[in-house]
Write a protein that binds this ligand. Structure first.
Ligand code: FMN
Length: 229
């Protein structure tokens, strides 16, 4: 859904980016750092555009809320907790559907998608607007910012151990939500802190720097895509 503003008798479109954070590492977070770059470039290209933020660590969605939302949709007389959970799921769905683009930060924890992100996605699924084969985000740009401490890329000892990225790409991409997904993937983020990874520090710094550039370019391209409206 797009908002409009009247400016000097001219109708201007106000575009919005929905940014979802989930890192538990506060100011040390790499996904936040990279996403900041995307957001900054988007705003530089689209001054006045909106950014709607949801920090899943500040207002987490729990498995219990998900259960309540799921059961509340089916219940003839939903309990107060189920009503609240259904309302929250609707709010989360509204937020996503109202945005022109999504910026989703997904750190790798314990080789899988973080519980914060999983519960948020599960909540969206309870909303009939996100039902299977409805492709609610068809064609919508979605930037996934992912980071992991070790290496899981081809050739790394733990190649293929990142079970988060394939899930997220499938969920947001063509097959399920239908979005147009760009992944900005940083790894070896623990190299500076881990003595065992000291030999990987240069590679980690290089990758981080390249991903800053990619984030800036991605944000600018995203802004460009909407700048003509
Ligand atoms: C609780 C926890 C679990 C983690 N599990 C993994 C893991 O399984 N594999 C890995 O490569 N890195 C792991 N890491 C490192 C994070 O992936 C890394 O710190 C990354 O930068 C996370 O993104 P963030 O900086 O935005 O939080 C873990 C970190 C934490 C705090």
């Amino acid at each position: 859904m797009t908002e409009y503003l009247w400016v000097s008798n001219e109708m201007k479109t106000v575009h919005s980016l929905c940014r979802v954070d989930s890192s538990i590492q506060g100011a040390a977070s790499v996904t936040r750092e990279i996403a900041d770059e995307v957001e900054k470039a988007w705003l530089a290209r689209l001054p006045g555009a909106g950014v709607v933020r949801r920090d899943l660590t500040q207002s987490p969605v729990s498995p219990a809320m998900w259960t309540d939302a799921l059961m509340g949709r089916r219940a003839e007389t939903p309990t107060p907790a189920q009503q609240a959970a259904v309302a929250l799921a609707t709010e989360l769905g509204d937020e996503v559907l109202a945005a022109d683009a999504l910026l989703v930060c997904a750190p790798l924890y314990n080789w899988g998608v973080s519980g914060h992100v999983k519960c948020w996605i599960d909540m969206l699924w309870t909303d009939p607007r996100f039902a299977p084969r409805t492709y609610p985000l068809a064609g919508r740009p979605i930037v996934l910012v992912v980071a992991r401490g070790g290496g899981a890329s081809p050739g790394a000892p733990q190649e293929g151990w990142d079970h988060s990225v394939p899930y997220l790409v499938r969920m947001f991409g063509d097959e399920i939500f239908g979005g147009d997904v760009t992944v900005i993937e940083t790894e070896l983020t623990l190299a500076d802190r881990s003595p065992a990874m000291a030999h990987l520090r240069d590679r980690a710094a290089d990758l981080r720097a390249r991903n800053h550039e990619l984030a800036a370019a991605t944000g600018a391209a995203l802004g460009e895509r909407f700048a003509t409206d």
